[in-house]
Design a protein around this ligand. Sequence first.
Ligand code: GDP
Length: 197
Amino acid sequence: MDIVNSQFVISAPNVNMCPSDNKPEFAFIGRSNVGKSSLINMLCNHKGLAKTSATPGKTLLVNHFIINKEWYLVDLPGYGYAKRSKKVQEQLDRMIRTYILQREQLVNLFVLIDIRHDPQKIDREFIDWLGLSQIPFSIIFTKADKLSGGRARANAKAWIDSLLDTWETPPPYFVTSSEAKTGRQEVLDYIDDILKK
Ligand code: GDP
């Protein structure tokens, strides 16, 4: 699959206000600065697409983009932002979790991880919660171009292996770079396979 058409549709403050036409949704989540907007733009081959919704205020919302008139790419606000007040982050966490648990259209959640970072508690807790909640998800490692040689793949593998203490079957994962435009086809093919099921 290629993405030939991508358009911003709506920023919804809660799940009830998300589109109601039942198209499948692929959502993206990650901590601030993980490279989520860059990845969305790279996947869609549409510079500035995710930025459209990244104006102040809208970052706390669930952003829907319609792709190839067929499915929604959903840009979720991140978990665990240090710069937000505890109250705002708690409200946000509730909204994110409600979307993830209740949104029947959600077919896969992509959790973004900066490939340079060692496993962090907040990501691990979130991933363990997804597992317990039986949410289908996969991991996208970002910024692979920042590591040279085989270090990107080695880091990704070590990160995934760190799950093996409690995870019997770790989630699928992808190594990407928005800068070098790598990993794009793998992610799009994965989405396509799910859409065809
Ligand atoms: P977001 O806050 O998760 O949406 O992150 P952004 O997409 O805005 O990216 C945060 C910063 O990381 C920006 O300075 C980007 O230029 C940089 N960045 C994002 N993706 C990549 C990548 O693949 N490679 C490199 N080298 N930098 C990246």
